[in-house]
Write a protein that binds this ligand. Sequence first.
Ligand SMILES: [Ca+2]
Ligand SMILES: [Ca+2]
Length: 442
Amino acid sequence: MQYRWLPLATLLLALGLGGPARATITISTDVTLPGDPTYGDTLADEVKVTGSAVLTINAGGKVQGPLEVHDSSTVNVSGGQVLTYVTAYESGMVHVSSGSISEFLQSFDTNSMTVSGGSIGLNFIVLGSSTATMTGGTIDGYAYVSDDSTATISGGKISGGLLSFLGAAVSLTGGSIGGTLEAQTTARLDIFGCNLVLTSNHISGSLLDGSSLDNPVSSASGIVLHDDLEPPTLTCPANMIVPATSAAGATVSFSTPIAFDNRPGVSVVCTVSGTAVTSPRLFPVGTTPVVCTATDACGNTSPCGFNVTVLPIADLQISQSADQSTVKSGRDLTYTLRVKNTGPFTANGVIVNDPVPSGATFVSAPGAAGVPTVGGAGTVSWYVGTLTSGQSVTLTLTVRVTQKGNSTMSNTASVSGSTGTPDPNPANNAATLQTKVIGNSK
Ligand SMILES: [Ca+2]
Ligand SMILES: [Ca+2]
């Protein structure tokens, strides 16, 4: 162990020379304070936790101590108080998430310790190949890390300073450190942040959690700075094409672009015309570019983009009637087709098709662009072109009935538009009319 840098009072306590002799309470089965039937809310003497026992100190629980954690046992300080100090031996574990340890927390062997909340009144001492993690809480004194131990600090507050010795490996990504940063005699202190600057006796910059670093340095030889200069990578969704659902456009859901970075803390914002947007969003008819930017914890950025195209829609509909509900075989029959665009947008490329019914031959179709020969069979086509919303057109087809009487003749006409103007209601794009055929007129 390396005691050269520890204050004398801490050293005496660490060697067990500081306190008056007390009785020892040995705990070898799980105990939770307050509420344990044997102990109530207080362990009033020195306490030794052994075996694989778990001692949990919740709010209202109190341990006089000193408190020793041996073997593979665990102490959870989750809201109560340890009025002296806590020492971990062998593979003992200590987790401080709330509450307080009035003096110090120390580990001597291959211990595992976490501090995520609460407070430690003096020092956090990590020795003997221990592993320590600090994500929150406060340490009013120093953090000492030595003897090949490792410590990871990403949050919380250490008021005194962060000192490492003798093969220790310390990683600092966040939190607040008062006082000096040291990495002496083969220790290594890796600092991850943004715009880190190390001069001979001072270090400044910001850590990855955004907290600022502005500390004296007593030895810079083992301090390694890791500025994040690497921008995130950002992958946008593919371009989207959707039909409008109303004259206003369409409400479109898009997935948030996926960002990766070498450090935590990357954020993604998407904008349309410079204004932040989130999914789902109403997009107007037409093509709208969406621009997204990923920003990492150090302000490095990467862009990506995608287009949302909302197609105009037009509900075309067709209906038909005939000039006779009952026709004699051999006579002519005229169908009237009525085609309407009920909107909400203009329809383009409108085509009406009407195959001459079987049992009839073609006679005439005014305005049709494609017709069968007179007396023949085939499909009549009208290229109507553009129909604005609400506009309609009426077409006629005359056929000669050739099928025998006492039968039924069926005519089906259909309408379609450009694929660039989808039809939200295809069910009314075809109409069929049945006409009764009676005996030969000749
Ligand atoms: Ca980065
Ligand atoms: Ca339709």
